[in-house]
Design a protein around this ligand. Structure first.
Ligand SMILES: C[S@@+](CC[C@H](N)C(=O)[O-])C[C@H]1O[C@@H](n2cnc3c(N)ncnc32)[C@H](O)[C@@H]1O
Length: 218
């Protein structure tokens, strides 16, 4: 479990940022492109059970719901979830958003077909615990989708923490695709498949190297 003060500091940061987050987030400007990428990664098929870990203002959760899936989102920050709930209501989408840190979220084991973690691994003190939670939440054959970037490449554009907090987060500088592939394999997922080639241009300012990977639970 993440150390209590570390998590409290992370959550306080996001509560403070919540009202203005969507105003600067590149996922808003690129919402349509992200929808296409997630739709491709999720693949064809009927409605599935999606769990979005570290939902924030709900970007991935809302896209998944708009694609017809049944979605549950979890985040430690009530402030971020308030924005997510308002966005879901405004869009007429039904998504349940629960305030919970990932490793304590009450997610029934083997209850999800897809688990998403976008731009969350970098801010966790124990990201492997979160990936284990994703693995446990999935049904056999289910898919985890992780996306993140090497945020240290463009510090002027990134969300940044107090240095003392940042020093306690192993991936505060960001992750490469190779890092994430290793972490997925170590968690027990099968071969990962990348999707970032579907972006016609880099989705983040500062040309931050980023990845979108999916991998299945055996
Ligand atoms: C950079 S935002 C990403 C939000 C969203 N996934 C997106 O792609 O827009 C990181 C989010 O992770 C959440 N978070 C950080 N640590 C968490 C934890 N241990 N459990 C749940 N959420 C957490 C923060 O509150 C914040 O909303």
């Amino acid at each position: 479990m993440m150390e209590a003060t570390t998590q409290a500091e992370v959550t306080a940061y996001w509560n403070a940022r919540a009202p203005a987050f969507d105003g600067v987030a590149s996922h808003v400007a690129q919402g349509g492109v992200w929808r296409d990428v997630l739709a491709a990664a999720f693949g064809a098929g009927g409605p599935r059970d999606v769990v979005d870990l570290g939902s924030g203002t709900g970007a991935c959760a809302l896209i998944a719901a708009s694609l017809g899936h049944r979605v549950r989102g979890y985040d430690g920050s009530e402030g971020m979830l308030a924005v997510a709930r308002a966005a879901a209501e405004a869009a007429g989408l039904s998504v349940s958003f629960d305030a919970a840190v990932i490793d304590q979220a009450a997610i029934e084991p083997a209850s999800a077909d897809i688990v998403t973690l976008r731009n969350v691994l970098w801010t966790l003190e124990q990201p492997m615990v979160a990936l284990a939670q994703a693995h446990a939440a999935l049904r056999p054959g289910g898919m985890v989708l992780v996306s993140d970037g090497l945020w240290s490449v463009a510090p002027q554009f990134r969300s940044t923490y107090d240095p003392a907090l940042a020093a306690r987060l192993p991936w505060h500088g960001g992750l490469t695709e190779a890092d994430a592939r290793r972490m997925l394999a170590e968690t027990g997922f099968g071969d990962a498949r990348s999707w970032q080639h579907l972006f016609a241009s880099p989705p983040y300012p500062g040309d931050v190297p980023m990845f979108v990977l999916s991998a299945r639970k055996a």
